[in-house]
Design a binder for this molecule. Structure first.
Ligand code: BES
Ligand code: ZN
Ligand code: ZN
Length: 490
């Protein structure tokens, strides 16, 4: 689908259909009559009255060559821009149209920013048009071929064009992440992840890649990561992708949980809980998707992407409950539940990340079912030892439409993961507050003066039901857009 911007009068633009937005309570009927003439405008007015169209958010009034969309209250538009645009796309999909002229919504608003508006709308359109068709022909093809975002003003149209280009770079990365997560575990091994990293690193001369195999991981004394990997037939990989521009003003490290399949190990998951566990590498998919976008937007920041990739499988060689392993920072861990494997792989990945001397470390992980219980399927949780970092991540996420809420690293709960016979145990002694104790476990592998945030994406990474008008079932690529927005704030 091709999206461009153009200056013009939306009602006079050549297209199969024109899409116009109307605020709730706006005196739009008379405006239409003056723009379309008494006859057409008048017919429209009668029709709208009949169908009780009031301009409420997402309400759609459909005519053969014109869609009128409710934008809701003017003050609230920026928050619902993506949702409304996604609804429009969904509606267009059911019409026999290929060429669409779409008005940039909110043009008459005081706070109107053509570039940001076009970017948000293009992002929603591109996200909504995503289809995962590797294994099945899509039920229906995307028939919308071209969408022109119409601006009243010529300079605005140029700015909008920039916004569209930015959206394309970002959604390319989100699509990389979604495809990786949607691909079944049989075809998404640690080696496949590493190959994807290789392809991405080649996109940009400022990128380099280091990949370590089992032996090399052993040399790094990553006993926690290796404990998870020891039960699996597929070989683990430690993936370190580096973007290093000439004059970087900051260094950041992004760590992604990369469990290519989580069976639970010997603490086997029940069948239902296992069904979607190909998604347990969503954190690492977002890291790779983020790098695909980085390769194109080339920020002035040194970025390290770190993934400890492995399956979590039961086998005769698998780690056993009661085993004690030593992570690369020398801390010993009593493994009481092999299904709490993500924190084991992340422990070593975080220790490795710190060796890059980053200003910030952020990890993305489908870490706990408890986070889905706490925040539901649409919201991710963030825990950080630096409240400014947590808040800047939350404001980045919120501004681009990914939901993120803070949960506490509540120090008194640390005693719940102390073991009698090792430094730590990998599950708490109580079933309550599972997301917090998982976060506190990770904290044991980060130095106190290292700014770090952990984002638990177990809810929104993989949608069991459509999460919004523009994010359908399956992988969402959660985190890529937030990270892009966040590095722009550094
Ligand atoms: N990968 C799961 C968490 C998960 C659950 C991700 C649902 C996505 C959707 C993780 O490895 C896990 O199994 N966690 C356990 C921890 C428990 C054993 C302390 C859980 O949440 O049940
Ligand atoms: Zn698990
Ligand atoms: Zn897991």
């Amino acid at each position: 689908m091709n999206i461009t911007s153009q200056k013009g009068d939306i009602l006079k633009t050549e297209a199969d259909i024109r899409v116009v937005g109307i605020y709730e309570g706006e005196d739009w009927e008379n405006a239409f009559i003056s723009r379309l003439g008494e006859e057409t405008g008048g017919k429209l007015k009668v029709n709208a009255r009949k169908r009780e169209f009031e301009g409420k958010t997402g309400q759609i009034l459909s005519f053969p060559e014109l869609l009128i969309v409710g934008l809701g209250k003017q003050e609230a538009l920026s928050k619902s821009l993506r949702e409304i645009t996604g609804l429009v796309y969904g509606h267009l999909q059911n019409l026999p149209v290929t060429h669409v002229a779409l008005e940039l919504f909110g043009e008459d608003d005081d706070a109107y920013d053509p570039q940001a508006t076009a970017q948000a709308m293009a992002e929603a359109l591109l996200l909504a048009s995503y289809q995962f068709d590797t294994y099945k022909k899509p039920k229906r093809k995307n028939i919308v071929e071209e969408i022109i975002l119409i601006a009243e003003d010529g300079r605005d149209a140029l700015k909008a064009q920039k916004g569209i280009e930015k959206a394309e770079m970002i959604i390319d990365g989100v699509t990389v992440a979604r495809d990786l997560v949607n691909t079944p575990a049989q075809d998404m091994s640690p080696i496949r992840l590493a190959q994807t990293a290789e392809k991405i690193a080649k996109l940009c001369p400022d990128m380099r890649l280091r990949i370590f195999n089992r032996e090399q991981i052993e040399k790094k004394n990553m006993g926690a990561f290796l404990a998870v990997a020891q039960g699996s037939e597929s070989e683990p990989r430690l993936i370190h992708i580096i973007y290093k521009p000439e004059k970087a003003k900051k260094i950041i490290a992004i760590v992604g949980k990369g469990i290519t399949f989580d069976s639970g190990g010997l603490s086997l998951k029940p069948a239902n809980a296992m069904q979607s566990m190909k998604c347990d590498m969503a954190g690492s998919a977002s890291v790779l998707g983020f790098f695909a976008t980085i390769a194109r937007i080339k920020p002035n920041i040194e970025i390290h992407g770190i993934i400890a990739a492995t399956d979590n499988m039961p086998s005769a060689k698998a780690m056993k409950p009661g085993d004690i392993v030593r992570a690369s920072n020398k801390k010993t861990i009593e493994i009481l539940n092999t299904d709490a494997e993500g924190r084991l792989t992340l422990a070593d990945a975080l220790v490795y990340a710190q060796k890059q001397n980053p200003d910030y470390i952020i990890d993305l992980a489908t870490l706990t079912g408890a986070c889905v219980v706490a925040l539901g399927e649409e919201i991710a949780g963030v825990m950080s030892n630096d409240s400014d970092l947590a808040h800047s991540l939350i404001s980045s996420a919120t501004s681009i439409g990914e939901e993120l809420w803070e949960l506490p690293l509540f120090a008194r709960y640390s005693k719940l993961i102390e073991s009698e016979i090792a430094d730590l145990q990998n599950i708490a002694t109580t079933p309550y507050g599972g997301t917090l104790t998982a976060g506190l476990f990770l904290k044991e592998f980060v130095e106190d003066d290292q700014k770090w945030a952990h984002i638990d994406i177990a809810g929104p990474a993989f949608a069991e039901r459509p999460l919004s008008s523009y994010l359908g079932k399956g992988a969402t690529g959660y985190g890529v857009r937030t990270l892009v927005k966040w590095i722009e704030s550094l």
